[in-house]
Design a protein around this ligand. Structure first.
Ligand code: PLP
Length: 372
């Protein structure tokens, strides 16, 4: 699905030099690379504060802790996402309220958010799923009307640009009150282990969060709040510093590959290719995900695997049907889109090293299966 070995080969010297700097000064925790990466990412995103942490799941949890959400507060998020999004809501004893997604963008459905709001609702967590921007203007308008926080889960969307109604653009993760991202190796900006970060333009919130990631300390050995230990290692920051200057090129390569897949697959009656709802830069194609109509998706997966082609199903079970997140209040008729997508989606290999020949081969095999 990804080719991290091939990608490393292209930037080997930069990575090795950056890594060696850490080895030479041995500041493995909170070394100068961490601070430097933080500043460089703040500049890239045009956001006031980046707070590095240990992974994307921590980032979401810490963002929610920073906002002071309390047990029983309801947090609305998408039914069709990676489990981490809902997991941290439940872990903090907040009440997850899962809602359906849009059938075209796969992102949280705006009307479903409106329907789910109650007096207990405190926050909305949109996910820029598969790298495509969620409808942030609409979400921010709802949030303002109901006095809610917006926490962007930007684990799959780093580098994407959201175009506002007035034509101006913002990077995903800089529009809501606070956002989280992941530097898991296969993410669009991935390190060589675990890593994550929180972004915000709110000075006071950034200060609170900087304490939370460090055991609730604002002054050494004074623990003002209950915090966690969540750090980005210096070695991971060194990798990320070397990779950040390539992020736009990498995302452009993904987009170009996505367009090639779409050209080859879009006219087949059993295939719906992914939408590009905004400008080209509104989707960074963390995943290239097809919807398969009137054909057996699981048989296609088996066929491709037998042909030596990796593929993935993100995500095979809607979160509201997962044992850990079932809730008697959910009604099946409110999840028609996620229930269907779980059976119909398939994600194809998508990474920075994908060659046109590979795209041709994979596309031909899919068409061959569907036409056989
Ligand atoms: C990867 C991912 C996360 C979690 O990131 P980790 O670094 O693996 O903890 C959270 N949300 C979404 C949507 C993700 O894709």
């Amino acid at each position: 699905m990804v080719d991290l070995v091939g990608q490393y080969a292209g930037i080997k010297e930069e990575i090795n030099n950056s890594f060696n700097e850490v080895l030479e000064n041995a500041a493995f925790i909170n070394g100068p690379q961490v601070h430097a990466f933080q500043k460089e990412l703040e500049e890239y995103l045009a956001v006031k504060h980046v707070i590095p942490c240990a992974n994307g799941t921590d980032a979401l949890q810490i963002a929610m802790m920073g906002l002071g959400l309390k047990p029983g507060d309801e947090v609305i998020t998408a039914d069709f996402t990676f489990a981490a999004t809902v997991e941290v809501i439940a872990l903090l004893q907040l009440t997850p309220v899962l809602v359906d997604v849009d059938p075209v963008s796969f992102n949280i459905d705006i009307e479903a958010i409106k329907k789910a709001i109650t007096p207990k609702t405190k926050a909305i967590v949109p996910v820029h799923l598969f790298g495509q921007t969620a409808d942030m203007d609409a979400i921010m308008t709802i949030a303002k009307e109901h006095n809610l926080y917006v926490i962007e889960d930007n684990a799959q969307g780093i580098g994407a640009n959201y175009t506002h109604a007035d034509g101006s653009k913002s990077k995903t993760g800089t529009i809501g009150h606070v956002s989280s991202t992941s530097f898991f190796p296969s993410k669009n900006l991935g390190c060589y282990g675990d890593g994550g970060a929180i972004f915000t333009n709110d000075d006071a919130l950034a200060h609170t969060i900087r304490g939370i990631v460090n055991h609730g300390m604002y002054e050494r050995y004074h623990h003002d709040v209950v915090g966690v230990n969540s750090r980005l290692d210096s070695l991971q920051a060194a990798v990320l510093r070397a990779k950040l200057p390539h992020l736009d090129t990498y995302n452009a390569k993904r987009l170009a590959s996505a367009k090639k897949y779409t050209e080859r697959l879009q006219n087949h009656p059993n295939i719906i290719t992914p939408s590009l709802n905004g400008d080209d830069d509104s989707h960074v194609f963390h995943q290239y995900t097809l919807v398969i109509k009137d054909a057996n998706r699981d048989e296609i997966v088996k066929f491709l695997n037998a042909e030596g082609i990796p593929c993935g199903v993100y995500y095979p079970i809607p979160l509201h049907l997962q044992k850990a997140y079932r809730d008697a209040r959910y009604k099946e008729e409110d999840f028609t889109v996620t229930n269907r997508l779980a059976k119909e989606v398939i994600s194809l290999p998508m990474h920075t090293e994908l060659e046109e020949e590979q795209i041709n081969y994979i596309s031909e095999k899919i068409l061959q299966f569907l036409d056989s």
